[in-house]
Write a protein that binds this ligand. Structure first.
Ligand SMILES: Cc1cc2nc3c(=O)[nH]c(=O)nc-3n(C[C@H](O)[C@H](O)[C@H](O)COP(=O)(O)OP(=O)(O)OC[C@H]3O[C@@H](n4cnc5c(N)ncnc54)[C@H](O)[C@@H]3O)c2cc1C
Length: 523
């Protein structure tokens, strides 16, 4: 048996990719070496444009537990400096406080609904590729076996076996100087400031919640999540303590060194699971390439960096939303030449920016008077709205523009959050994109689009409606919700029709009915 796509790793990125491929008409198999989903929780939240992406797949509601669409966050931090996002007219920073474990549960549930097979306790141990596919060696619960696949995606985390087996280098730096200790604890209620939700540390003062708080001796975080109150410290140039789990006393001593004051706290209450974690050092690395013939890398397998500001899932989940429809198109036979390679050309710059801004933030939180001086300067710069916007765009990933040609300002950018007045009533664009189909939006009732989609109707859906706010007259939206082409002209002339056809061909292949047209093996 040859499967279309094997995904190594049922972390958030492997599971999201499985969902995207299924929506694209390809049913992958996911291999996960762990027998159950008991691994430690990492992320405490999703930050950036990824929140909008999840909304556009109907997953935001499941994660937030409410029916309301996402709203931008009024505040965030950059390198432990406050970002007053509420001052921005066009705030791109979205956030959702949800533990990674829950994200994985929801994605697994969705993948199973879509018919994905997830094989737990199956570890990829080897691979060999030829022109037609990849033969994958697997250690399963009943012993070793092989599977043949047309494509393999390594979503197997920072230590990716797939990446190593392909001989893809992972250059970058390892920083050994920092040690973080984090734990769920119980703090006395009288220390919690009713007005701000911050923590009044006796002998130190008020520390705001959910913010990195830097002193000359280290970093302190107080984060009262619904799943547990987290206290975390980071110090530099100390003996890391290796992989030994920390004790709460070690955390107390670390808090004393960082804040110069004692924080009385006790062990966490409730059933847990409770966090008690030590992280020594950190890696910032980017894979030399994201593709080796029929093998692709996604998520942490392709890039690792500091977790400061929580950029990991914003990057990784958007990687796989970019990759999913392209790989599905390749397998179904309608991908234009080179489409799959645009996964790397589009997503590598996004990864490079995350590497850059996490390193910049790491520099800004380090101890020492020079860093304190740098922070004074940054604080001054962050009084300017343009600087806040620049940083917010960078951290959220909203400054990424794919090179899709065309001169419209929206081309290559995420589609705006529109609500369309259609024949059947108002509908948010985020609801129209849940099936991950390419869309041609005709937003001017009299736009003459007759026949514009002939040859692509099997791949692209036409939606007609009036936008609730200023919007182009016509928008061509890819399955990953990026704008492939746009026009402000309600009546497309010959030149614009040619440009639309060129954009359709570039993104979704030649029109069917032509010798190189689509149809694919599955139609
Ligand atoms: C302390 C910490 C805090 C973080 N906080 C945040 C945050 O707040 N927000 C955020 O967005 N990001 C955060 N991150 C980053 C985020 O956790 C990662 O980016 C994310 O886990 C990457 O997902 P992934 O699916 O690529 O890899 P992983 O989550 O590492 O999943 C890979 C999976 O592959 C499996 N696997 C490995 N090898 C094999 C094999 N050979 N065969 C089969 N299966 C295999 C593993 O068991 C695992 O389940 C944090 C990271 C850390 C360490």
């Amino acid at each position: 048996m040859t499967v279309d796509v094997l995904i190594a790793g049922a972390g958030p990125n492997g599971l999201m990719l499985a969902c995207e491929l299924s929506l694209g008409g390809v049913r992958p198999i996911v291999l996960e070496r762990l027998p159950d989903d008991t691994k430690e929780n990492r992320a405490n939240g999703l930050v950036g444009q990824v929140v909008r992406v999840l909304d556009r797949r109907g997953l935001y509601e499941r994660l937030s537990g409410g029916a309301e669409p996402p709203r931008p966050s009024p505040a965030f931090v950059f390198g432990a400096l406050p970002l007053e996002l509420s001052r921005l007219d066009d705030n791109p920073m979205y956030g959702l406080a949800v533990p990674q474990r829950r994200v994985e549960q929801v994605l697994e549930e969705r993948a199973r609904e879509l018919g994905v097979e997830i094989l737990r306790g199956h570890e990829l141990t080897g691979l060999a590729q030829d022109e037609d596919g990849v033969t994958v060696e697997i250690a399963g619960p009943e012993g070793p076996y092989t599977l043949r696949t047309r494509f393999l995606v390594g979503a197997d985390g920072g230590h990716s076996r797939v990446r190593k087996l392909c001989g893809i280098g992972f250059p970058g730096v390892t920083r050994d100087g920092s040690v973080s200790i984090g734990a769920h604890v119980t703090v006395p209620v009288e220390l919690v400031d009713a007005a701000t939700g911050g923590l009044n540390v006796p002998g130190y003062g008020l520390i705001p919640p959910f913010m990195h708080h830097r002193t000359d001796h280290g970093l302190f975080v107080y984060a009262p999540f619904p799943t547990g109150t987290l206290v975390n410290t980071t110090e530099w140039n100390r003996d890391g303590g290796g992989d030994r789990p920390p004790t709460l006393d070690e955390l107390r001593e670390s808090v004393r060194r960082v804040l110069g004051a004692d924080l009385p706290f006790g062990p966490p209450e409730g059933d847990g699971p409770h966090l008690l974690r030590r992280l020594s050092g950190g890696n910032t690395r980017l894979a030399e390439r994201f593709r080796d013939r029929r093998v692709l890398l996604a998520g942490d397998a392709a890039h690792v960096h500091s977790a400061i500001g929580g950029p990991g899932l914003n990057l990784g989940l958007q990687d796989v939303v970019n990759l999913g429809w392209k790989l599905a198109a390749e397998i179904r036979g309608w991908a234009p030449p080179g489409l799959l390679d645009t996964y790397e050309t589009e997503r590598r710059p996004a990864a490079e920016r995350v590497v850059m801004h996490t390193q910049a933030q790491s520099a800004l939180i380090a101890p020492g008077p020079e860093v304190t001086a740098l922070r004074v300067l940054f604080t001054e710069l962050l009084r300017d709205e343009r600087t806040i916007k620049h940083i917010a765009d960078m951290m959220s990933g909203a400054d990424i523009r794919y090179d899709l040609g065309g001169d419209h300002p929206l081309a290559g950018r995420p589609a705006p959050d529109l609500t369309l007045e259609t024949e059947t009533g108002p509908v948010r664009l985020a609801e129209l994109t849940r099936a991950a189909r390419p869309l041609l939006l005709n937003l001017t009732p009299d736009a003459a689009l007759d026949g514009a989609l002939d040859g692509w109707r099997d791949r692209v859906d036409l939606v007609t409606g009036k936008a609730d706010r200023d919007a182009p007259a016509v928008l061509l939206v890819r399955p990953d919700c990026y704008v492939a082409w746009a026009s402000d002209s309600p009546r497309l002339g010959e030149k614009e029709r040619d440009a639309l056809r060129a954009a359709l061909t570039a993104a979704f292949g030649a029109p069917s009915g032509t010798s190189s047209g689509a149809g694919g093996r599955e139609g």
